[in-house]
Design a protein around this ligand. Sequence first.
Ligand code: NAI
Length: 332
Amino acid sequence: MHVTVYSTQPYDRRFLEAMRETRFADAGIQWHFQEAALNAETVALAHGSQAVCVFVNDSLDEAVLAGLHAAGVEAVVLRCAGYNNVDLEAARRLGLFVARVPAYSPEAVAEHAMALIMTLNRKTHRAYNRVREGNFALDGLLGETLFGKTAGVVGTGRIGLAMARLLHGFGCRVLGFDPYPSPDFAAWGESAALDDLLAASDIVTLHCPLTDATHHLIDGDALARMKPGAMLVNTSRGALIDTPAVIEALKARRLGALAIDVYEQESELFFRDHSAEIIDDDLFARLTSFPNVLMTGHQGFFTAEALDEIAQVTCENLLAFRDGSPCANRLA
Ligand code: NAI
C-alpha cells in the first residue's frame, strides 16, 4: 500500500520507517515522505497513493478531501488525536476512511504541561541563562509553592486525568470540569462547574478538544471570571483561547501568567525554523514580549514513547483500512 506522508519531519520519517523492523515488517506499507503540508495546492502529491498520513496543521476541508478522492486516495490516517482540521461530514459523503491515534501517552502531554507550569512558576528558563552568565542574583525569580494551591482542569479525559494525577501529586487541590466527567477523576479531584473552577483556581489548565462549543472558551468574559493573578495553561488547541483577550488581560495585570504549547495561528509558524525571518504575526510577537508568558511550539506529544505509539497505531489503522477489519480509531 502506498501512503503519502504530509508535513514530514525527520522524526516522523525515523519512527515510521522503524516500523519495518517490527510486527509490521511484512505489512507492505510504502511511505512516500513529503515535507509540504496538505492543502489545496499539495493534494497532487498524493497521486498514486491509496492513503495519506497527516498531522495537526494539515488542512482537510471539503475541497482538499474532494481533491484527495479525485486523486484516488481512499483513506486518511491522522498521526494525532485531535481532528478539528478534518471535515468529517465531507469525508463520509466521499466514502473516505478516516482514522486517528486517539491516545498516545497522555502522560507525555500532561508532563509537558507540568513542565511549563514549573518553569513559568520557578523561572528556571531565566535562571539557566543568568547562571551561565555568572549572575546568581535571585531578584526577579520569585515563585510560589504549588503545594496547597488550587488547580482547575478543564476537560478530564485521558490527558486531563493524567494532569489531575500529577497536580494531586504536587499537593494541589484539583478541580475538574467536563460535560462528560470520567468516574476515574474522583480519585484525584472534585468536579466543579466551569464558573466555580475559573473563580477558585490559581492555575487553569485546558485539556478539552477544540469544537464549536469550546472555540474561544477562554474569552474576555471567562478571563474576567478567573481569579486575579492566576496562571492559564493551554496544551490542547490554540483556538480554545481568544488571544487578543488574553493579551489584554496580561496587559491589565489581571492574568498572572500564560503557558501555551499551542497557538491559534500556529500553522503559519510551528514545526519549522523561522529564526532568520521577520515574523509578521503581531499577536505572536506581543506574546513573546511578556516576561510572564512561556511558549513552546506544539511539543507536548514529543516523546520517544509517544512517537513510537503513534507510528504503531498508524500502521494498525492502515491495515484495518486495507483489510476492511473493525477499527476502533475510525472517525469516518
Ligand atoms: P479525550 O477525548 O480523552 O478528552 C477530552 C475531554 O474533554 C473529554 O472528557 C470530553 O468530555 C471533554 N470535553 C469536551 N467538551 C468539553 C467542554 N466544553 N469543556 C470541558 N471539557 C470538554 O482527549 P485527550 O486525549 O485528553 O486530548 C485532549 C486534547 O489535547 C485533544 O483534543 C488535543 O486537542 C490535545 N492534544 C494536544 C497535544 C499536544 O502535543 N500539545 C497532543 C495530543 C492531544
